[in-house]
Design a protein around this ligand. Structure first.
Ligand SMILES: *Cc1c(COP(=O)(O)O)cnc(C)c1O
Length: 357
């Protein structure tokens, strides 16, 4: 029997959300944007496809770097494009974590960080959050100080809350790097614009962004990191030479140059998010105030699995999430609901109303 590395034999692997390939679903489970990408993106893909597909793409994606850098008020050598933000997370783990190094992340949070540390064979530890999603710094400080990599999604998933820059600044490890995963950074009332890099010294913070959520391009696979040029230079040694293809680079550049389109969609999502949150509460659910394009909700006495199944029977997919071993030793479970269009949200709320009646 062929054996994998022990680190791989030990793990189950990351399980992504369900992606049904048939139609007819109201899909509110993996935080995709319900609105289409900018028409300029489609035009850019068509133009690139008619161009020089026989030659390799620019290995540094310089045109994209320029477009992203000008949005954030930085020089282009602060940007590293990747085949999805998840690829940059992988590059970061491969760049910084040896077997004895400690990788940490808040919990409950994005589960992939733990999987990436496992694949790398690095040590990892969860930084347990309080049940109101705040940090207990007295308890975690020494763990943060020993970390090589601290991953922090801001806004967090599954909760959707943001932490202030004063809080974030306390999570920079003295001998490592803080990775601020801003997958949802365009959805707060004030979009995050790498302000923390300007405020802090910057070279111990890497910001990661994705075009999957706010730019409606989950199907494209494109993300980018923002970090000090010395950090970007090191990460380039680790990435595949041609990690971003010609079509993706053209599309991503067009997408980021059409800020009006992205911001208009984000504004619609914020409006629907407020309505979804208040309707959930009026149905007797707890719902965390969200800065992202999803809402974390729990019901004081209903089974979340039964709610999830009953919705699924009605072809409505939400994310049932279970987090064993939260602070205090119990298990947290609940439903993470992506903010869809108003029509999708109405369909979801109507079904939920029926189910809990
Ligand atoms: C969606 C998501 C990502 C992944 O983004 P991709 O660019 O699609 O790989 C990374 N981090 C968090 C917290 C996410 O929710």
């Amino acid at each position: 029997m062929l054996r994998f590395r022990p680190a791989i034999e030990r793990i189950d692997g990351y399980v992504p959300g369900e992606q049904p390939q048939d139609t007819g679903w109201t899909k509110l489970n993996t935080n995709e944007n319900p609105y289409p990408p900018s028409p300029r993106v489609v035009a850019a893909i068509e133009e690139a496809a008619r161009g020089r597909m026989n030659v390799y793409p620019d290995p540094l994606g310089r045109k994209f770097c320029q477009a992203a850098a000008s949005l954030f008020g930085l020089d282009p050598d602060w940007i590293l494009p990747a085949n999805g933000s998840d690829e940059n997370l992988t590059i970061i783990v491969r760049s910084f974590a040896d077997a004895d190094d400690l990788v940490t992340f808040p919990y409950p949070s994005y589960i992939l960080y733990e999987t990436l540390a496992d694949i790398q064979g690095a040590r990892h530890e969860r930084l347990l959050l309080n049940d109101d999603w705040s940090w207990d710094f007295d308890r975690i400080r020494s763990t943060v100080e020993q970390s090589r990599i601290v991953f922090v999604p801001n806004p967090n998933s599954p909760s959707g809350n943001s932490w202030s820059h004063d809080t974030i600044a306390q999570l920079v490890p003295p001998n490592g790097v803080l990775v601020l995963d801003e997958a949802y950074g365009d959805f707060p009332d004030e979009p995050h614009r790498a302000q923390i890099l300007q405020r802090e010294s910057g070279s111990r913070i890497i910001i990661t962004r994705t075009l999957s959520k706010s730019y409606s391009l989950a199907g494209l696979r494109f993300g980018f990191a923002i970090a000090h040029p010395d950090v970007i230079t090191g990460m380039r040694k680790v990435k595949d030479s041609y990690n971003c293809d010609t079509l993706a680079l053209a599309a991503a550049t067009a997408a980021i140059e059409d800020q009006d389109w992205m911001l208009a969609n984000a504004a619609k999502i914020r409006t629907t998010r407020a309505r979804l949150t208040s309707e959930l509460r009026s149905l007797g659910f707890n719902a965390v105030d969200s800065d992202a394009n999803f809402v974390w909700t729990t019901h004081p006495d209903r089974s979340h699995r039964e709610l999830y199944e009953a919705l699924k029977t009605r072809k409505i997919l939400v994310r049932l999430m279970t987090f064993p071993g939260v602070l205090g030793g119990g298990t947290l479970d609940g439903l993470r609901i992506t903010v869809g269009t108003d029509a999708e949200t109405d369909r979801f709320l109507e079904a939920l109303r029926e189910i809990v009646a």
